[in-house]
Write a protein that binds this ligand. Structure first.
Ligand code: UDP
Length: 322
């Protein structure tokens, strides 16, 4: 049985569905602070548990025969991590230490972990490969880097088998429309653009139009959530023969203005847009060198066309369940 910690969240819930569709037995644990109970597939077992509550973790491992863990449970608001670092270091770092403690106490040595391109900090070059220097510029990124480092030490001392997947910009929603992206507050570009288009928000503010990029707006690598889910399964299947970190991105960069145009095309509607100053800490360009994921996991993103990604998010925006 696979334990998906944080399986009620955006990427977690899509991974749970993918694992179930591929014949895995899944137990989902989530504290439901940011996760949605409705996002958890009915075929999975659900346990309300919190990483900071060692007793609930102990019960989770005692009551379920867990073979491996996929760990998504984390706070992930960059701005909040600057204002409240304690919240992030406790939940993300101490929480993961608690999880590792429970795993090792029950002889579970396999973990796939949600890491992030935020561990690289300001890019020295693009596309970014896994050898790029890691110098995160906010506490959120530092929590993820610390956990990667903890895994390496636990591997040497306790034989932990670990793969950390460094996501670029997760985007899109389940193709069948059953689950999708729902954050409160929402801070991500694509859902905000679609909400501006559908009239749920007044407009989208473009953070900076004076970057050194062809159209002056920031470039990011948007990777479909179902492609991320697939990579988690492939990583689970690779545990034991590979330990380390792997980028997950399409390798293609898309600017903020290109996202807005693509969303207008997909929806057939105009997006009310306002040009605003730069947001602190946003690098001009971030996109992945994804060769390692292809070589080691045999992974290939299906969604390389931004309109295809946005179409799934638009479908969710029109018919969202939560
Ligand atoms: N962005 C924007 N307006 C918004 C939200 C985001 O212009 O309301 C830009 C942001 O500056 C970045 C890109 O969209 O260049 C993606 O931002 P998001 O917050 O979705 O992801 P991040 O790259 O910060 O992880």
């Amino acid at each position: 049985m696979i334990l998906v910690m944080g399986g009620a969240g955006y990427i977690g819930s899509h991974t749970v569905k993918h694992l179930l569709d591929n014949g895995y037995e899944v137990v989902v644990a989530d504290n439901l602070i940011y996760g949605h109970r409705e996002a958890v597939d009915a075929r999975a077992k659900f346990v309300h548990a919190d990483l900071l509550d060692s007793y609930s973790l102990e019960m989770l491992f005692k009551n379920n025969k867990i073979d491996a863990v996929v760990h998504f449970a984390a706070f992930a608001y960059v701005g909040e991590s600057v204002e409240q670092p304690e919240k992030y270091y406790y939940n993300n770092v101490v929480g993961t230490l608690n999880l590792l403690y429970a795993m090792l106490a029950h002889g579970v040595k396999k973990i796939v972990f949600s890491s992030t391109c935020a561990t690289y900090g300001e890019p020295q070059y693009t596309p970014i490969d896994e050898k790029h220097n890691q110098a995160p510029i906010n506490p959120y990124g530092r929590t993820k880097l610390m956990i990667e480092q903890i895994f390496a030490d636990y591997e040497k001392a306790y034989g932990l088998q670990h793969i950390a997947l460094r996501y670029f910009n997760a985007a899109g929603c389940s193709v069948d429309g059953s689950i999708g992206e729902s954050h409160t507050p929402e801070t991500h570009l694509i859902p905000l653009v679609l909400q501006a288009i559908s009239g749920k928000r007044q407009n989208i503010k473009v953070f900076g139009t004076d970057y050194d990029t062809p159209d002056g707006t920031c470039i990011r690598d948007y990777i479909h959530v179902e492609d991320l889910a697939l990579a988690h399964r492939l990583a689970l299947e690779k545990l034991g023969s590979y330990n380390g970190c792997i980028n997950l991105g399409t390798g293609v960069g898309t600017s903020v203005k290109e996202i807005i145009s693509a969303a207008e095309e997909v929806s057939g509607k105009k997006c009310p847009t306002e040009y605003a100053p730069r947001r602190a800490g946003d690098p001009a360009r971030l996109f992945a060198d994804n060769r390692k994921a292809k070589e080691i996991l045999g992974w290939n993103p299906k969604y390389t066309d931004i309109k295809g990604i946005i179409r799934t998010a638009w479908n969710w925006e029109l018919n969202r369940r939560y």
